[in-house]
Design a protein around this ligand. Structure first.
Ligand SMILES: [Zn+2]
Length: 422
């Protein structure tokens, strides 16, 4: 089978971007609007320019490239992912999908394809939320799934570890000039895409799990994406001397939190499908001889069924309140973000299946437990995703790896899927 796409060229791009923000442990750190992220953005704009793909940026910092269609009135086909990473992440999460989109459009040009509808690449701002603990900023701004004024408020309030607000980081980025001067946290409504003007959004991403590897398959079709909700929990008790205050007189925030964690685990285990995680926990004042007076922890609850997730989270919040009150302490639960589940578009899935048949590869569908920009896009348009096999299911880690062969296969299937949707 001769592929249309050029595997070597795509792989070289991926390895080049994989060097940006690469640390000594081999991990890549490109968090939103940091130095490495800005460098990757600059290189991406150059790549689009060089490829004749008409680069542009919007107020949220989303980067676009395109082949303009013969009929600009037709709804556009969007293909993309993200270039930001977690701290010390891999070279494949996000960048694979963005650079595949470039390869698909380059191949279309080389094959002399002049589409009726515009085919557009998008690299979304901040999918990971690693710097400001606030994710999906680009896709939320583009879809308006969080209203522009609300998003503006969130970005003014979200702080990084150095006390720089999200909005401030965006303003700093805009000072770079050129395309960057479009970035403006105070006019995010400008980033909103008219949903009537999108035919579909396609995204290729690494699987970040072992399902494809266990099936011995290089590429699979994503059937849907698990929704989730994220919140911050604060338990307040009373700090005190570890030696002088008796066990019955204590209001220890950490032991209360410990009981909460076990309850969270048990409720999720018995929910029939929800998963719940406390990934970050901070004890204050944080001294070996002081009874903890305050504990802050994050709570991440996900389920492919939005209804079941709602039930699970209500149970969890009730349990936390009961446990904390029973110990004479107080707690506060602050919702951070929530995203509905996304079911993949039948139209896009059919086009993908046809592409698999063309390259004579078995089709296999699997759900995504991880959230993606595609999930946010699912609020406004038809969405389809492909997964590329991840070695040992590892991701968000320097050892993250997908083979050149699997990446090429995924890109060829993407190319043929796009051809089927023009
Ligand atoms: Zn990703």
């Amino acid at each position: 089978m001769k592929f249309n796409i050029k595997s070597e060229r795509l792989w070289n791009d991926m390895m080049e971007f994989g060097q940006i923000g690469r640390g000594e442990d081999g991990g890549v750190t490109r968090t939103s609007f940091d130095e490495a992220d800005m460098e990757a953005r600059g290189l991406f704009l150059k790549l689009l320019e060089k490829s004749g793909l008409n680069p542009g940026m919007d107020a949220a910092g989303n980067i676009f490239g395109e082949i303009t269609g013969e009929d600009p009135e037709l709804p556009v086909l969007l293909i993309g992912s993200h270039l930001d990473t977690v701290r010390s992440g891999g070279r494949f999460d996000g960048a694979t999908g963005v650079l595949m989109a470039v390869e698909v459009l380059r191949t279309m040009q080389e094959n002399g394809i002049k589409p009726a509808r515009t085919v557009k690449i998008v690299s979304f701002t901040d999918e990971e939320g690693a710097r400001f603990d606030y994710a999906f900023v680009g896709s939320m701004a583009a879809t308006g799934s969080v209203a522009a004024d609300e998003l503006q408020r969130q970005l003014a309030a979200a702080m990084d570890g150095d006390g720089i607000s999200y909005a401030e980081a965006m303003r700093n980025a805009s000072h770079k000039g050129g395309h960057f001067s479009r970035i403006n946290p105070d006019s995010l409504e400008q980033a909103q895409i008219d949903k009537a003007k999108i035919k579909a959004y396609l995204e290729v991403h690494i699987e970040q799990g072992k399902v494809l590897e266990n099936k011995n398959l290089g590429v699979g079709i994503v059937s849907g994406i698990t929704g989730g909700e994220w919140s911050d929990v604060t338990i307040s008790g009373e700090a005190g001397h570890a030696g002088t205050i008796g066990m019955t007189e204590r209001r220890d925030a950490l032991t209360a939190a410990g009981e909460c964690l076990l309850a969270i685990e048990s409720i999720a285990k018995n929910s029939g499908g929800s998963v719940a995680t406390v990934g970050k926990l901070e004890v204050k004042p944080g001294s070996s001889n002081v009874i903890p007076g305050r504990v802050d922890f994050t709570l991440d609850i996900r389920d492919i069924s939005d209804e079941r997730r709602n039930q699970t989270s209500i149970q969890i919040y009730d349990a936390i309140r009961d446990i904390v009150a029973g110990r004479g302490l107080t707690c506060e639960v602050t919702p951070v973000q929530s995203l509905s589940s996304m079911i993949s578009s039948a139209m896009v899935t059919e086009a993908m299946k046809a592409a698999f048949q063309e390259v004579d590869y078995p089709t296999y569908s699997l759900p995504s437990g991880a959230a993606h920009d595609a999930m946010v896009m699912g609020n406004v348009c038809e969405v389809g995703m492909l997964f590329v096999r991840s070695k040992d299911g590892i991701s968000h880690h320097p050892a993250e790896w997908s083979s050149q062969e699997d990446v090429a296969l995924g890109c060829e299937i993407l190319y043929r899927t796009v051809a089927g949707l023009l």
